[in-house]
Design a binder for this molecule. Structure first.
Ligand SMILES: Nc1ncnc2c1ncn2[C@@H]1O[C@H](COP(=O)(O)OP(=O)(O)O)[C@@H](O)[C@H]1O
Ligand SMILES: [Mg+2]
Length: 326
């Protein structure tokens, strides 16, 4: 029906009629938006509580012998330290005896586990260069039972150079670790189930020491551009170590970190990594998470900082997978 545009009454009717019949009120609109928002969130929460239940029903057996795992990737910022700290805390939380060896001069793993590591602290530097023992420098994580740390200090920055002229320069970490394992046995202390070594982002002598001391390498891969770039160099170095210094060493585990389910890029990286490492890559992916990023500023793992967070759940699941894969 045509109404003249200059009829004010008609204009009022024609504007208001649809408003009451078709367009939802602000309140209705909010509630529709809320329910749209709530359904994926509710689904996510339901999924998380299912995952938590599954985890709590899983029995995890201790390994036959101590598993020594080097966490390495010569790229910085891919989640090596975050993974070391949180897997170690998750395994201790699952009831295992865990040791973290920090061999990055930055000492981020020491910080993340609440261990003092000022320049005066006796540390892995004194073990590698001055023949102190692990027992001399070991510290207990204040927030997590059964989790000990060999801290790193800034002195370690000089160790790459200082090691060059020392006898058995590639084996110094391995020897110190073996000596400590034997000493624990003699003292009747519980056997270590898992040892993690947090590497610096380089392939120098410190990392070589970590490869020689370990049975396994865990490579964290960030779900970002260039994720696989540089990886062949890392794998070549590992092959060299296998050939000359530590034949049993193997890349046992790849962990995808900082995964963002909303991006196609992350999905592409996952596919590509799975294609190259079908056996090694864990099903669990570590999501990009604010809680994971915040925890170190409280000198805590995400497990002790916010156990109910998705980030903590992911690391607990990754730890369980690591145990089950043996
Ligand atoms: N899953 C994650 N979600 C959010 N931030 C993360 C996550 N993993 C690592 N980070 C952050 O990314 C940065 C680099 O991680 P880090 O573990 O220190 O890497 P690397 O030891 O390989 O250099 C840190 O600031 C850390 O807090
Ligand atoms: Mg680091």
């Amino acid at each position: 029906m045509h109404r003249p545009a200059d009829d004010p009454a008609a204009g009022a009717v024609s504007r208001e009629t649809p408003a009451t019949e078709d367009v939802p009120s602000a309140e209705q609109e909010r509630s529709v938006l809320d329910s749209l928002d709530a359904s994926p969130l509710a689904a996510e929460l339901a999924d998380e509580s299912k995952r938590r239940r599954k985890l709590s029903e899983t029995t995890l057996e201790p390994p036959e012998q101590t598993r020594v795992i080097t966490v390495s990737n010569q790229k910085g910022g891919v989640g090596k330290t975050t993974t070391t700290v949180n897997l170690a805390a998750a395994l201790a939380d699952h009831g295992f005896h865990v040791l973290v060896i920090d061999i990055d001069p930055q000492g981020n793993a020491s910080t993340g586990l609440g261990i003092p590591h000022s320049a005066e602290t006796e540390s892995i530097y004194d073990v590698l260069i001055d023949d102190l023992t692990f027992a001399d420098v070991i510290a207990e994580c204040p927030d997590v039972d059964n989790l000990s740390v060999i801290p790193a200090t800034i002195h370690l920055a000089g160790a790459e150079i200082e090691l060059v002229s020392l006898v058995a320069r590639e084996q110094r970490l391995q020897r110190a670790l073996q000596e400590y394992v034997t000493q624990r046995e003699q003292q009747g202390l519980p056997r270590l189930d898992y040892v993690f070594i947090d590497c610096p982002p380089s392939l120098g002598l410190l990392t070589v020491n970590a490869f020689v001391a370990a049975d396994e390498v865990l490579i964290p891969i960030q779900c970002e551009y260039y994720a696989l770039e540089g990886l062949s160099q890392l794998l070549n170095n590992i092959r060299m170590i296998q050939k000359h210094l530590n034949p049993p060493l193997r890349v046992s585990t790849i962990l995808l970190t900082m995964y963002d389910a909303r991006t196609n890029l992350a999905a592409q990286v996952v596919d590509e990594v799975k294609e190259h490492f079908p056996e090694e890559v864990l099903d669990t992916k570590i999501p990009r998470s604010v809680r994971i990023a915040e925890a170190p500023s409280y000198q805590q793992s995400v497990i002790s900082y916010d156990r109910s967070s998705t980030g903590a759940l992911a690391y607990l699941e990754a730890a369980a997978e690591l145990v089950q894969r043996g």
